[in-house]
Design a protein around this ligand. Structure first.
Ligand code: MG
Length: 235
């Protein structure tokens, strides 16, 4: 079982969240590239766009992202699986109805997350994004949990992604539409957050396809590099 080191301590923690709440469309440039809205009246969301990923997605650094064998049965013209570099928040204690002012008091730490997404299924499933976002291994996280005292301003961090060494995403967490404080508060007004729950705060523009044989790296300033190879599932 993977354990993640906590920066500045000798501790390692397991990540066994009761839920992973992810945020869609939380960077302006990514809203535009997603073409989710009619381009003539493109607009940013009026409140955070939330969806869930299931805990079976979680893998650690250097573990492979596995492309499900099931996808071959669909014969997509392009089997499109994208990386999405994101800042993840790990919740420290049970909370509900948290104010924005108090929100950061419920953060155990920050780390890198890759919200791996299968686009064909994400677009076509009648129930929405669930299946395309929650295949096994579609949530690499790590390499280290950084406590808030070691990352005093999480809203000013360079965030980037590389595929085989080539930069595909490069932005700042300052570009989020809804801030970390706002996200924790909003989510906690919808759902009770438990210790260990994970919030994935959305990805900047530049999401790009990955395929078997690739190596994908998510890097966030002050946290480190989350590196994972991509392989095909062999039955
Ligand atoms: Mg995402």
């Amino acid at each position: 079982m993977v354990q993640w080191p906590v920066k500045g301590t000798q501790e390692y923690i397991s990540l066994a969240p009761s839920k992973i709440i992810a945020v869609g469309l939380n960077y302006h440039a990514h809203v535009q590239e997603s073409k989710v809205f009619d381009l003539k009246k493109l607009e940013v969301p009026s409140e955070p766009v939330l969806f869930a990923k299931t805990p079976n997605v979680l893998i650690g650094p250097d573990e492979p992202i596995v492309i499900p064998a099931l996808l071959k049965e669909y014969h997509f013209d392009e089997n499109r699986i994208d990386h999405e570099a994101e800042l993840a928040i790990i919740i420290s204690k049970k909370c509900k109805h948290v104010t924005e002012r108090d929100a950061l008091n419920y953060v155990l730490g920050y780390t890198c997350f890759n919200d791996v997404s299968q686009r064909n299924i994400q677009k076509s499933d009648a129930s929405g994004w669930f299946r395309g976002k929650s295949f096994d291994t579609f949530g690499p996280i790590g390499p280290v949990i950084v406590p808030p005292n070691l990352l005093p301003d999480p809203q000013k961090l360079a965030i980037s992604c590389r595929v085989n060494g080539k930069t595909t995403q490069a932005a700042s967490t300052a570009d989020m539409i809804f801030s970390i404080r706002k996200l924790i508060s909003f989510i906690s007004h919808n759902f009770t957050l438990e210790a260990g729950d994970i919030i994935a705060t959305g990805t900047p523009s530049g999401v790009s396809p990955i395929k078997a044989g690739d190596e994908v790296e998510v890097e966030i300033e002050g946290i480190g590099i989350l590196r994972n190879p991509v392989i095909e599932e062999v039955l």
